[in-house]
Design a protein around this ligand. Sequence first.
Ligand SMILES: Cc1cc2nc3c(=O)[nH]c(=O)nc-3n(C[C@H](O)[C@H](O)[C@H](O)COP(=O)(O)O)c2cc1C
Length: 204
Amino acid sequence: MEFYEAVRNRKMVREWSDAPVPEETLMRILDAGLAAPTNNHMRDWEFIVLQSDEEKENALQYVREWSQRQVESKVTEGDRPEQKMYRYAIPRQYSMLADASYVVIPLFKAGEALFRASAVNGLNLFASVWCVIENVFLAASAEGLACSLRIPVGEEGRNVCRALGVPEEYMMACYIGIGVPDDCAETLEQYVYSAEEKMHRGSW
Ligand SMILES: Cc1cc2nc3c(=O)[nH]c(=O)nc-3n(C[C@H](O)[C@H](O)[C@H](O)COP(=O)(O)O)c2cc1C
């Protein structure tokens, strides 16, 4: 697939078909992730891949509990695209991962010092792993697949890392579901901008 087409086609998906994704395809996608730029030359990234129901449940039990609490406690109102997205996405935080062919958890080597950063360069390790994540999204799109994305909330990330035996010096950045979108997967309204609207020539 042509690069710009892969960029344009990339969309978060939260409903999956049962069509399997071959492991070679997953490997190509993760290799694309590992080709991302790196702030310190180290590429200190690892991936945990969850495929079976047992593997997924071990990690996703915290998302399931969180999702249930959210659904019970809050209803998002309003018709703005982000409000509609929230209303659609929150009840699907568990299923959009559990029903995907694979759940990939990107890990990056960073200590708690990251949370004390006082300038953007203190976030370089975090920025680098997000380059990995975007490469994964675009590679999945180029393969005709899609991704779902969840950011762990509060203690969730630490709990998941503990359940998965992740070494102390690594943190999870997010969960990525990868799969073949279901035919009825919803396409949500987005704000769309052109470079012409956002570009400030010379200065703001
Ligand atoms: C940093 C970041 C955090 C996000 N967190 C979540 C999340 O926790 N759960 C979720 O369902 N989607 C999450 N998303 C996906 C956004 O909802 C989605 O990217 C946005 O609605 C735009 O849609 P598109 O990616 O299909 O263009 C996140 C996206 C980003 C970039």
